[in-house]
Design a binder for this molecule. Structure first.
Ligand code: DC
Length: 236
């Protein structure tokens, strides 16, 4: 592929550490960071339960009320919905499940894909989600797919919750992760899978710093951050 966009994509299943890693990568490369899952979460929260069952026309009309923008870069990247920063209110497991459900609706994906493309065509970017490298930015310069077994991701989430003083059962977390994986991997439109040209990283035995190191090494082996400059032919 000789034409590419100056975009780094990070795709992978729930709980694999994408958000933290994308933020660190964006900081390292001094680029804006797009959390596409936060867009699905934000719409899911606004539209409420069973939105995936609305007639398409009504769903489109409801979605049209919300506009998304990206401000800042690196650690200071902020996703704005109608001018308001999208915050921790979208980060619950409940909203994650609602998001996974509306994310199976083709019209919702089409609407958000157009917004995500517009952001990526305006500025170099680190973009994180499920279909960033396969569907939204197939010409991204660097693509990563992060994976780990559901049990490993659930154990990590349990540690995070415990560190915040919250209680949870490992078996429940594993079950939630499996359910989300089933929705994300088996949907008809833009299912979760590695792009053909993605660098796949099994994060099971690595911590965040270790995964970041693997990804930055891959980038430096293939032209480094300069290779992200618009218009350079791909060396891959
Ligand atoms: O990454 P996350 O947990 O914030 O994503 C929440 C849900 O949104 C996820 O289960 C599926 C959906 N999603 C998607 O379908 N495509 C994306 N690019 C990002 C998220």
């Amino acid at each position: 592929m000789s034409h590419f966009l100056p975009v780094v994509t990070l795709d992978g299943p729930a709980g694999v550490g994408k958000t933290t890693l994308a933020r660190r990568m964006a900081e390292n490369l001094d680029l804006p960071y797009l959390d596409s899952g936060a867009m699905f979460r934000c719409l899911a929260l606004k539209l409420g339960r069973d939105a995936e069952n609305l007639p398409e026309g009504e769903l489109r009309a409801q979605c049209a009320q919300w506009t998304f923008n990206l401000a800042g870069r690196g650690r200071k990247s902020v996703l704005l919905c109608n001018g308001q920063a999208v915050g921790d209110e979208v980060r619950t497991e409940h909203v994650g499940m609602l998001a996974a459900r509306i994310a199976t609706v083709p019209a919702v994906r089409e609407i958000l894909r157009a917004v995500q493309r517009a952001i990526g065509e305006k500025s170099p970017l680190v973009a994180e989600g499920r279909d960033m490298g396969t569907v939204v930015f197939p010409e991204a310069r660097f693509k990563f797919f992060l994976d780990a077994l559901p049990e490993v991701r659930a154990a990590r989430r349990l540690r995070e919750l415990e560190e915040r003083g919250e209680n949870a059962e490992l078996a429940d977390l594993t079950e939630q992760i499996r359910k989300r994986d089933a929705l994300d991997r088996n949907r008809a439109v833009a299912p979760l899978r590695p792009a053909r040209d993605a660098c796949v990283v099994d994060t099971s035995r690595l911590d965040i710093q270790g995964v970041l190191g693997v990804m930055l090494h891959h980038i430096s082996l293939h032209g480094g951050r300069h290779a992200l400059a618009a218009g350079m032919p791909s060396a891959l």
